[in-house]
Design a protein around this ligand. Structure first.
Ligand code: GRF
Length: 217
C-alpha cells in the first residue's frame, strides 16, 4: 500500500469516527490521508465537519425513482474516482449491494457497535441492555455481502454498568470505536493485516477470532 494510504470514508451521520480517523492521520498514528468523504445524506453533520477540516466531501443521495443497485453503482463510480486503497464505512446507514462489496472486497471495512456476532443490525445498545448482558463493545470487520457478518478483526469490550442506559452505553462504546478503528486501519496500511480469500491474515497468520481489547471506561 502506498504511504500515505488513500482512505475514503462513507458516513450518514455525525462523523465522530471520521474525525477520529482524520485525527489519527494528522497525528501520524495512521499512515493514511482521507481523500474523500461520501454520504447518502446531504444534511449529515459529518459532511460539514469534513469540509471544515478542508476534506473533500460529497453527498450522493438516492434520486427519486432510482433503484438501490443504480444508486450503489453511482456510489461505486464516485468512490473509484478517488482511487482509494481502503474504503471505511463509519456509520453509513444504507445496505450496500453485493456488486459494490465485491468490487472492493478486502479493502472495505466497517465499524459496528456490538460484539459481533451478537447484535447485527440496529439498536445494538438497547438489545444488549434488554438481554441483561454484562459486556458490550464494538467490532471492526471486513465487509462482505452478509450484513455485519464479514470477518471481524478487532473488538473493543467494555463492562455494562448497573446504571447504564442506551445513551451512556453508546457514548462509552463510541470512545472505544475512536481507538480501535484507527488501529485496525493502521494494521492494513502497514501491511500487517491483509484479506486473503475471505480470511483476514494478521502478521502472516489467519485470524480465526478477532483481537480483543478491554477498555476500563
Ligand atoms: C457508530 O457508533 C458506528 O459503530 C455505527 O454508527 C455510528 C456512527 O457514529 N456504525 P459516527 O457518525 O461515527 O459519530
Amino acid at each position: 500500500m502506498p504511504s500515505p494510504a488513500r482512505l475514503v470514508v462513507m458516513i450518514s451521520g455525525a462523523g465522530s469516527n471520521l474525525l477520529a480517523l482524520d485525527d489519527a492521520c494528522r497525528r501520524g498514528d495512521l499512515d493514511g490521508q482521507i481523500v474523500g468523504v461520501l454520504s447518502d445524506r446531504p444534511a449529515a453533520l459529518g459532511l460539514e465537519r469534513a469540509r471544515t477540516r478542508g476534506l473533500h466531501a460529497e453527498a450522493l443521495p438516492i434520486a427519486a425513482g432510482e433503484s438501490r443497485s443504480d444508486h450503489d453503482a453511482r456510489l461505486l463510480a464516485a468512490v473509484s474516482k478517488l482511487q482509494p486503497d481502503l474504503v471505511l464505512l463509519a456509520g453509513y446507514m444504507r445496505i450496500l449491494d453485493a456488486a459494490f462489496v465485491h468490487a472492493l472486497q478486502g479493502r472495505l471495512l466497517n465499524i459496528h457497535p456490538s460484539l459481533l456476532p451478537r447484535y447485527k443490525g440496529l439498536h445494538t445498545h438497547r438489545r444488549a441492555l434488554e438481554a441483561g448482558d454484562a459486556l458490550h463493545g464494538a467490532t471492526v470487520h471486513f465487509v462482505t455481502p452478509d450484513l455485519d457478518g464479514g470477518p471481524p478483526v478487532l473488538q473493543a469490550r467494555i463492562k455494562i454498568n448497573p446504571g447504564d442506559d442506551e445513551s451512556t452505553l453508546a457514548a462509552r462504546v463510541q470512545r472505544c470505536e475512536h481507538v480501535i478503528y484507527p488501529t485496525a486501519v493502521q494494521w492494513c496500511t502497514s501491511g500487517r493485516l491483509r484479506y486473503q480469500e475471505g480470511t483476514p491474515m494478521l502478521d502472516g497468520h489467519p485470524l480465526e477470532t478477532p483481537v480483543l481489547q478491554d477498555f476500563d471506561l
